[in-house]
Design a protein around this ligand. Structure first.
Ligand code: ZN
Length: 90
């Protein structure tokens, strides 16, 4: 295990253990519900059960409603030097 695999946190501020940059991304897995036809792979509108291409607005709503609860898997990365942390789990 690389000792530089953990993000540095000081007073609630994350920084890179490698270059010290505070340009840290938090990358987390989310649960995003998506409905599509099992045979054709076409998107289905859950409310009407009709094949329907989702609009960008509907996709944004789905994305914003996506839950990070109960997934518990995330990592950090540095936008300056490209460092990537280990995968954190709950
Ligand atoms: Zn860095």
């Amino acid at each position: 295990m690389n000792e530089k695999s953990e993000v540095v946190k000081n007073d609630g501020v994350y920084s890179c253990p490698f270059c010290g940059s505070k340009k840290i991304n938090l990358c987390s897995q989310t649960v995003l519900m998506k409905t599509e036809d099992a045979n054709t792979g076409k998107e289905v509108d859950e409310r009407t059960n009709k094949i329907k291409k989702l609009t960008n607005r509907e996709k944004v709503i789905a994305y914003n409603n996506a839950s990070t609860d109960g997934v518990g898997c995330w990592y950090y990365s540095c936008r300056k030097c490209g460092w990537v942390s280990k995968i954190y789990t709950e």
